[in-house]
Design a protein around this ligand. Structure first.
Ligand SMILES: *Cc1c(COP(=O)(O)O)cnc(C)c1O
Length: 375
């Protein structure tokens, strides 16, 4: 009898243990070990990029990317309101100003048709964040960027292995960022990566990652960097995970398709869009948005699911409603109704690689029961 389904469980059943043992047997545990370069090359190849710079998590991958781009101070960077804080904090820490756009109600991604309205003489970049399994519509976004000569940062943390119009997510922007947290398609426990093609940008990212040591004399610094290095132990996991990326994505698609079947008949639920004209949903997570006529918000619904042993997570909280940014006088009076609705009505159900058919059936039965319970 199933009575408890965690929201995520990673699958570490390939060469993970073997490669970790290699780290221990050889003594290579720091960032100087050989798995780091192998993992960087593997990710760059997957995304058809020339360069990869492994870092210690996805949030600092965004920091590294923004600092390396070296946009003029107070440049405006357009990004979705509905995303993780790391996107906005990377922009503000680089001395730039985040400028928000609302989401598309169906894809839950940045509504690209709203970008052009937000462009001013100060706009220097767009940050595209691929969310919850579907990519941002990159074709239009890239043509806007070209028209106004804007740089593009792609946050592909949730989209490792995803494609948009047949090209890999993470291959579009000037620079793209990834996370390898355990709920991502490839995990290293904690970890991240910056990918790019430009040699100068690559060198800048590598330098920022490693304290900006001057090349001619170690411990001499002309700029201040960070220790954002990834260890060989983390990269060992990454190399093993990348070997199995196709199976991972197959399982994600399977989970998504199965939940669609199991949940499709239930009234009051908006399920993820299975596809758009530019991409298939990879179901990084399986999100649910409660219709306005369901007499419970996401928090209440999640509480009831959790009481039935079903792990859930809330959707993101929009950037324009963050207390820290309001305190700083950012986004005053701005409203983004789609983002606000997603935050209040959206959550996700167990979506990890270890999910079994029986667990998915259990989860769907509990969702159905809670819909009836609150009606
Ligand atoms: C997970 C995630 C990040 C942050 O990655 P961490 O490794 O947790 O720091 C950034 N952006 C998006 C869209 C994410 O999903």
């Amino acid at each position: 009898m199933i009575s408890n389904v965690p929201v995520n469980e990673p699958d570490l059943s390939g060469n993970e243990k073997k490669y970790l043992n290699e780290c221990i047997d050889t003594g290579w545990i720091s960032s100087e070990g050989p798995f780091v370069g192998r993992f960087e090359k593997g990710m760059a190849d997957l995304c058809r990029r020339r360069h990869g710079v492994a870092v210690c998590n996805g949030s600092v991958a965004l920091d590294t990317a923004l600092q390396a781009l070296d946009l003029p101070k107070e440049s405006e960077v357009i990004m979705p309101s509905f995303t993780i804080i790391s996107c906005a904090s990377a922009i503000t820490r680089a001395g730039c100003t985040p400028v928000l756009v609302d989401s598309d109600a169906m894809t839950w991604n940045m509504d690209v048709s709203r970008i052009e309205n937000k462009i001013t003489s100060e706009t220097k970049a767009i940050m595209a964040v691929h969310l919850y399994g579907l990519p941002v519509e990159m074709r239009s976004l890239m043509s806007i960027a070209a028209k106004y000569d804007l740089r593009v940062i792609e946050d592909a943390a949730e989209a490792t292995g995803q494609e948009c119009d047949g090209a890999p997510c993470g291959s579009f922007g000037d620079v793209s960022c990834f996370s390898f947290y355990p709920n991502k398609h490839v995990t290293t426990g904690e970890g991240g990566m910056v990918l790019c093609d430009d040699d100068a940008l690559f060198k800048k990212c590598r330098s920022l990652r490693n304290l900006c040591f001057a090349p001619e004399r170690r411990f001499v610094h002309r700029e201040l960097g960070y220790n954002f290095r990834m260890s060989n132990i983390q990269a060992a996991l990454g190399v093993a995970q990348l070997e199995r990326i196709e199976a991972t994505l197959r399982k994600k698609r399977y989970i998504g398709a199965r939940y669609q079947e199991l949940l499709s008949g239930i009234k009051g639920l908006q399920l993820p869009l299975p596809r758009t004209d530019y991409a298939e949903n990879l179901y990084w997570i399986f999100g649910i948005v409660l219709d306005e006529d369901v007499p419970a918000d996401a928090g209440e619904f999640e509480k009831r699911l959790q009481a039935r042993g079903v792990g859930t997570r809330p959707f993101f909280w929009p950037m324009h409603e963050q207390p820290i940014f309001q305190e700083q006088g950012l986004f005053r009076g701005e409203r983004y109704p789609v983002a606000e609705k997603l935050a209040r009505r959206g959550f996700y159900i167990p979506s990890g690689l270890a999910l079994t058919d029986e667990q998915m059936e259990y989860v769907a039965a509990q969702v159905r029961a809670v819909v009836e319970e609150v009606a």
